[in-house]
Design a protein around this ligand. Structure first.
Ligand code: PLP
Length: 232
């Protein structure tokens, strides 16, 4: 009882903040998908989220995604949000609704070939290291622009948009320029994209900064710890 009422309260607060951010920025509520990031969550917590209507789970590790997927109904969409090694791609491609973390042309090439071989059209987002922190994965904006013809040329995978993580800070306003830059980069890339590429998605915003991300155009926010406050 305690568990599900705590999660209920947390989820309601997050949903209310999403709705308020949408309203502030004149966007329809349906334009933002809440992905519950469950890398540190227990299965009970995930079941409580499912019971309260969550259908998008984000996992960092392919292995954990593969283990958990069969434990939930088939209407859950599983997002891989963590680093993907090429040798794990074969296993995870049929399981993931979207891969948010494709960060090299080599990995794109591997995903595209596997898509062809397995008769799949993998949905991918390109991870961008906007802030330039050396510890972060992702294309630099300059590298992505320079390699755009190669990146946009793959035809079995479907490029859906861009993903980023802002630097961790206490003040979400510090994340705003990062989110804004990702949106502008998306616009630049889209302007030079072949007709089969539609970069509609911006996966940005976590527990500390998702409201600002929505104001800057996020279509998917990846929220973990805020959903699990008061548990464990
Ligand atoms: C863990 C994680 C999140 C969620 O972070 P919280 O601060 O717990 O909301 C979002 N995106 C990625 C890529 C993550 O690894």
């Amino acid at each position: 009882m305690f568990l599900s009422s705590q999660i209920h309260a947390n989820l309601n607060a997050v949903r209310a903040s999403i709705a308020a951010a949408c309203e502030r920025s004149g966007r329809p509520r349906e334009s933002v998908t809440l992905i519950a990031v469950t890398k540190y969550a227990e299965l009970d917590w995930m079941r409580a989220l499912y019971d309260q209507g969550i259908r998008d789970f984000g996992e960092s590790r392919p292995q954990q995604l593969a283990e958990r997927r069969p434990l939930f109904p088939g209407d859950v969409r599983w997002h891989l949000i963590g680093h993907l090694q090429r040798n794990k791609a074969r296993k995870v491609l049929p399981l993931a609704h979207r891969i948010h973390s494709v960060d090299t042309v080599r990995l794109l090439d591997a995903v595209d070939r596997l898509g062809e071989e397995l008769s799949l059209r993998p949905d991918v987002l390109l991870e961008v290291n906007v802030s330039g922190e050396s510890a972060k994965d992702g294309f630099s904006p300059a590298a992505l622009l320079a390699q755009w013809n190669a990146v946009a040329g793959f035809t079995h995978l479907r490029l859906r948009g861009l993903m980023t993580m802002a630097p961790l800070t206490d003040d979400p306003e510090h994340a705003r320029p990062v989110f804004r830059r990702l949106r502008e980069l998306r616009d630049e890339l889209q302007a030079g994209a072949p007709p089969h590429v539609h970069l509609n998605e911006l996966s940005m915003g976590m527990s500390g900064d998702f409201e600002v991300a929505i104001e800057e155009g996020a279509t998917m926010v990846r929220v973990g710890s805020r959903l699990f406050d008061g548990l464990s």
